[in-house]
Design a protein around this ligand. Structure first.
Ligand code: R5P
Length: 298
């Protein structure tokens, strides 16, 4: 038995990188929409007795979910020894409690549905805030890998005298880890969120770091509101434009264009395919998959 890599549409480039890193073969599949909008899915390669790693980043989960389930069920039915979801970006992590009466706690529901479909999940930097571990949400083995070292190495190689900046308290885990790896100072801003796209950022006194290049680090750029507002504050205070480094480049709507106007540069990992991708997490994921025991012999 060996590992096989099965990409869902849109994930082929990342899947090929992963397969090349691990020395694994790709699974061929065919999928299309019927005229009425339903999904057709077919696996064309032999998967019986193998560990199938289904690669699908979940930046647009609602559009992809049913195909994901059809693919996993098909691999199981064809005799795959185990089916792992490799989702470099894992969606539905932020609505993790009831903020207003009557709301869906979507992180719990999504975790239940994926847990019923896959044998294991491997992801990168899920947005863990109120849940300390992914295993508190998921009922199957759920492995969280960390992109901070990958981003840290990019910053060390490309930015002279960086000052790491976290845009809010939740970013401390990423920014402090990167700062300690590359021996740079860090500061954390204070964020107040007023709505999906509306945030207010309070800046500390950064005058002691005037000669350093600010690097704003966050896990997700979603609406982009957080990074755009933080970057605007740097200009308003006469500080150098920040470089923005994010793990997951979702960048809804015109967020990337707006951020590019106020940032010196925007870089991201390839957990979500985007023009800002500067560094790949495929080697990180391949190394992890290589450590997983294969469950059954064919
Ligand atoms: C929130 O706490 C996260 O760390 C990100 O700062 C946030 O999700 C970014 O969202 P947006 O780009 O919509 O401001």
């Amino acid at each position: 038995m060996s590992r096989l890599i099965l990409p869902l549409p849109g994930n082929e480039t990342f899947a090929r990188l992963l397969a090349a890193e691990g020395g694994w073969s790709m699974v061929e599949s065919e999928t299309r929409r019927f005229p009425d909008g339903e999904t057709y899915f077919r696996i064309l390669s032999e998967v019986k007795g193998h560990a199938v790693d289904l690669v699908c980043t979940l930046a647009a989960p609602d559009d992809q979910f049913l195909r994901l389930v059809f693919a996993a069920d098909t691999a199981h039915r064809l005799g795959a020894a185990e089916v792992t979801l490799v989702a470099p970006y894992l969606a539905y992590m932020r609505q993790d409690k009831v903020f207003n009466p009557g709301e869906a706690v979507t992180s719990q529901t999504f975790a239940r549905l994926l847990s019923a479909t896959f044998d294991r999940i491997v992801t990168v930097d899920p947005h863990l805030h109120r849940y300390p571990l992914l295993s508190a949400l998921y009922q199957i083995p759920a492995d969280s890998l960390h992109a901070a070292p990958v981003l840290a190495d990019w910053i060390a190689a490309n930015v002279a005298a960086p000052l790491l900046i976290g845009p809010d308290e939740e970013s401390v885990q990423w920014v402090s880890g990167i700062a300690s790896r590359i021996g740079a100072p860090f500061e954390v801003l204070r964020k107040t969120r007023h709505g999906d796209r509306s945030v207010e950022i309070a800046m500390p006194d950064l005058s002691a770091h005037r000669l350093r290049q600010p690097v704003l680090v966050d896990d997700i750029a979603s609406s982009g509101g957080t990074l755009i507002e933080a970057a605007r504050q740097f200009s308003a205070m006469g500080l150098p434009r920040p470089i923005c480094a994010v793990v997951h480049a979702l960048f809804a709507g015109d967020a990337f264009a707006l951020l590019s106007e106020v940032a010196a540069r925007v870089v991201s990992t390839d957990t979500v395919a985007h023009a800002s991708n500067a560094v790949s997490v495929a080697p990180l994921i391949a190394r992890h998959l290589n450590t997983l025991p294969l469950r059954k012999e064919s």
